[in-house]
Design a binder for this molecule. Structure first.
Ligand SMILES: Nc1ncnc2c1ncn2[C@@H]1O[C@H](COP(=O)(O)OP(=O)(O)OP(=O)(O)O)[C@@H](O)[C@H]1O
Ligand SMILES: [Mg+2]
Length: 412
């Protein structure tokens, strides 16, 4: 843990004080407060939260970081993402213009030392910097910096029962069929249906691994994984519903990173509850596939999910799949759905009850039960959208600055 003290010129470089601030008066006030606390060369730049993220992703994280949340549309998600990149000792002080107690509480919960409103009061600022020092190691969580090889695709349903698991199974099957070493990981240890759908023995050691980051070990995971006859591996549990399981987000990230180091593709089937583990996967996955129905509720929940993802992934949108199209007469028209979403639906997958019945009977993915035609084509297209080598090659969506940075530093 970094020991933050007021420092003189000799050690200022090892314990840097860095700020990314939007306006000149705040920059001046922070510079003066930092100097008053003994920081010899505080580095206060003009910049927003994305600039701070870029800095932390590419440089050694500073001991003290000031971030400016003014004009940040989803500050909690963005700060949560930043927290993953900061080593444990980094103190983060946020400033902004939004006078909102929920925001303040949320930031504190994320490990931010304090949140000060603009215009900054010099005395309050000095105090906040001093208090952050006294607080000790309550900085944001440590980052997982394991090397990343394969692509990680997270699949999540906007609502229950829309076919998220069905899409995850199809992706794993099609990728494996095209020669990719593929792992399917069901993060819902209690309610997940991957093992059930494929009639595979659940893995009982997964819970212990996810409750303790020290237990994540590539060889152990390799030995626990089931190998499906269709060529992909899978890790899926079926813990008792009443059991209290405390999955650690850092274990989940470590597990996914370990899997991605030895697989070309890791498909993560996510539960819909948006706890920290789920959010950490949503934030770090290379692609997120959001599955919905074309119902009114699906429209509302896809909108919500897309907004959450924009915050978590610095604006990068998910691939949106509308599934079981045609299943109901009460479907929202595509144009209305897209208008409500303020974006397009990337893929429509028809309702295919006969194929689904065959898949259930044979305990195989939909893609293995679909014998050609439109059904098989749309699933192939999905595989092409997330993993170009597995199906029809689609033009890749432009990556955000954040995505490019992550690639630059080799993080998932
Ligand atoms: N395109 C489709 N056509 C017909 N049936 C489908 C289609 N996609 C999925 N299904 C069926 O819908 C049901 C629910 O699918 P699935 O379990 O994949 O949903 P889910 O979103 O993962 O649900 P949960 O919220 O429980 O995780 C399954 O019986 C599945 O076979
Ligand atoms: Mg499911």
């Amino acid at each position: 843990m970094t020991d933050l003290r007021p420092v003189g010129p000799a050690v200022a470089e090892q314990l840097p004080f860095v700020g990314f601030v939007r306006d000149a008066p705040s920059r001046k006030a922070i510079g003066m407060a930092a100097a008053a606390r003994g920081w010899a060369a505080p580095d206060i730049r003009e910049g927003n939260l994305e600039a701070a993220q870029a800095h932390v992703a590419t440089m050694v994280a500073p001991a003290f970081l000031v971030i400016d949340l003014s004009d940040c549309p989803a500050p909690l998600g963005a700060v949560d993402a930043l927290a993953d990149l900061c080593p444990e000792g980094t103190r983060v002080l946020a400033i902004g213009t939004q006078n909102d107690v929920q925001l303040y509480r949320g930031l504190k919960a994320l490990g931010v030392s304090d949140y000060l409103l603009k215009p900054l009061d010099p005395a309050a600022l000095e105090e906040a910097i001093a208090e952050a020092h006294l607080e000790g190691g309550q900085g944001p969580r440590p980052a997982s910096r394991k090397p990343h090889k394969g692509q990680v695709v997270a699949v999540i349903g906007a609502r229950g029962g829309v076919g998220a698991t069905a899409m995850a199974l199809a992706l794993a099957h099609l990728a494996a069929g095209s020669g990719q070493r593929t792992m399917l990981f069901d993060l819902d240890l209690q309610g997940g249906t991957v093992a059930l759908d494929l009639d595979v023995e659940p893995v009982s050691g997964l819970r212990a691994i996810l409750e303790s980051p020290d237990r994540v070990d590539g060889q152990l995971l390799e030995s626990l994984a089931r190998v499906h006859a269709l060529g992909f591996r899978l890790l899926a549990a079926e813990e008792p519903a009443e059991m209290h399981i405390k999955i650690r987000p850092e274990s989940v990230l470590a597990l996914v990173a370990t899997l991605s180091a030895t697989h070309d593709l890791v498909v993560v089937d996510l539960p819909r509850r948006l706890d920290r583990s789920v959010r950490s996967v949503l934030r770090t996955a290379d692609r997120v596939v959001a599955v919905t129905s074309l119902s009114l509720a699906g429209m509302r929940d896809t909108r919500r999910l897309a907004a959450l993802l924009a915050g978590l992934r610095a604006g990068q949108r998910p691939l949106i799949v509308a599934n079981r199209v045609g299943a109901s007469r009460a479907e929202v028209a595509l144009a209305d759905f897209e208008q409500a979403l303020d974006g397009r639906i990337d893929l429509l997958v028809d309702d295919m009850p006969a194929v689904a019945a065959r898949a259930a009977a044979g305990a195989v993915p939909l893609s293995a039960a679909a014998s050609g035609g439109r059904s098989a084509e749309s699933l192939q297209r999905l595989a092409g959208l997330v993993a170009p080598a597995a199906g029809v090659v689609e033009e890749a969506a432009p990556r955000s600055l954040w995505g490019r940075l992550r690639a630059l530093v080799g993080r998932p």
